[in-house]
Design a protein around this ligand. Structure first.
Ligand code: BGC
Length: 415
């Protein structure tokens, strides 16, 4: 078996604006983070100050050996009021893209990574039939301004994450959420009602799912009609779904609901962004707890790097289009476990390539220890740590190891 990756393989890291830029104050998420009693453990604050420090950050990634970088363009910054597109902010992202090119990194941008402008909530958020058109208009404007520098684009990040976290029991039922004082306060401040408040991350109904897929389709067409020369796809949160004893029928049903429904919807796109972290074991009625003896990550789920190979194969079989691993990673304080996790995940990628599956790249999540949404800054996904007092970044040993793999375009023969 060859440990060599194909010529032109993308070796990158990924981030999202809200998790690293800092002070994303016009977003719905910023508001939610600041409400007492909210689900968010702490506010995102300065993030990693990526908004200002991106030149240093991008130079570091290039020096480590990477040739690609995935980041998101923040809708709440570009269009802070409906219909007003800030030239200064678009120029900011243009500079970021140019900086990637100066350092030999192919930039992949994400148009929506969980956060939305506050104004979108008043008109129904991700439950509204008008949202796909508004999102497509934003994508078109961004493509017109930045398209010549973009290497690849993801429309929405993980429209299936709502279904996933609900089925894993991570979210309280909708009725309970709507009664929570912080939810009611957020809805009021954003000009809507608790029943109609639909931020992306918590829009988990089947209707919201279909609105998101419609938004992807409209955005794909809008981007393509502005420029046809870079690949466009969506990213999906794909778990390796396994059946525990007696759980086969339920596992098959859930594999369709969580993974394949979405993979079928993106047939014909230029690629599908696969994002894998662990496996999901299902019994006859629902998720099974971690298997005794299996190591856990800081997220509480199993250390299971083999998930990546499983879901690449599934994405290839169901969607039938090229695959880009747009996220894969582990939250741990023990950086040697990170290296082991990546090494095993990459062997899975190599197995897929050796079987002729068209995998175009691997983006590790994440470049930095960043804001992990409701869990705050505690989980450490980064290849690069960030001192929370000074915001100084420091590369970890795993960053150097993966950078060398990227540079060699091959896994070390003896590992
Ligand atoms: C999301 C990231 C998140 C990561 C780790 C993915 O679902 O796209 O924003 O930080 O998982 O939990």
């Amino acid at each position: 078996m060859s440990n060599k990756f194909p010529k032109g393989f993308l070796w990158g890291t990924a981030t999202s604006a809200h998790q690293v830029e800092g002070n994303n104050v016009y977003s719905d998420t910023w508001l939610m983070e600041h409400l007492p009693g909210s689900l968010f453990a702490e506010p995102s604050g300065d993030g990693c100050d990526h908004y200002h420090r991106y030149p240093q950050h991008i130079a570091m990634l290039a020096e480590l050996g990477f040739n690609a970088y995935r980041f998101s363009v923040e809708w709440a910054r570009v269009e802070p009021e409906e219909g007003y597109f800030s030239l200064a902010i678009l120029e900011h992202y243009r500079h970021m893209l140019a900086t990637c090119h100066e350092h030999g990194l192919t930039p992949f941008i994400t148009f929506h990574h969980f956060t939305s402008p506050r104004w979108l909530m008043a008109s129904g958020g991700w439950e509204s039939e008008d949202t796909p058109g508004k999102f497509a208009r934003f994508c078109e404007r961004v493509t017109q301004h930045l398209g010549d520098l973009v290497g690849g684009a993801c429309t929405l990040n993980e429209p299936n994450v709502g279904a996933l976290i609900t089925s894993m029991g991570y979210l309280p039922p909708a009725k309970q959420m709507q009664q929570a004082p912080w939810w009611q306060a957020a809805a009021k401040m954003l000009g809507t009602t608790p029943e109609k408040f639909a931020p992306y991350m918590f829009a988990v109904s089947e209707h919201a799912r279909d609105i998101m897929l419609a938004a992807h389709r409209m955005a794909y067409n809008a981007i393509k009609s502005s420029r046809a020369d870079f690949p466009v796809g969506i990213t999906l949160a794909l778990q390796a779904i396994q059946a525990g004893e007696g759980g086969e029928a339920y596992a098959n049903k859930m594999r369709h609901r969580l993974n394949d429904y979405f993979l079928e919807a993106v047939r014909g796109d230029d690629f599908v962004g696969v994002q894998a972290y662990s496996r999901l074991r299902l019994g006859p009625q629902g998720p099974l707890p971690p298997e005794p003896g299996v190591e856990l990550t800081q997220m509480g789920y199993e250390f299971w790097p083999e998930a990546l190979e499983t879901v690449i194969r599934e994405a290839h079989a169901v969607a039938g289009i090229p695959v880009v691993v747009t996220e894969n990673g582990i939250a741990t304080e023990d950086d040697s476990r990170r290296q082991e996790y990546i090494r095993r995940a990459l062997h899975g990628v190599a197995n897929c390539l050796n079987d002729g599956i068209d995998v175009r790249g691997y983006f590790y999540w994440s470049a930095f220890d960043n804001y992990e949404w409701t869990m705050g800054y505690r989980p450490r996904f980064g290849l690069i740590s960030v001192d929370r007092k000074t915001l100084e970044p420091t590369a970890k040993p795993s960053a150097r190891w993966l950078g060398q793999v990227a540079r060699a375009n091959a896994l070390p023969a003896n590992e």
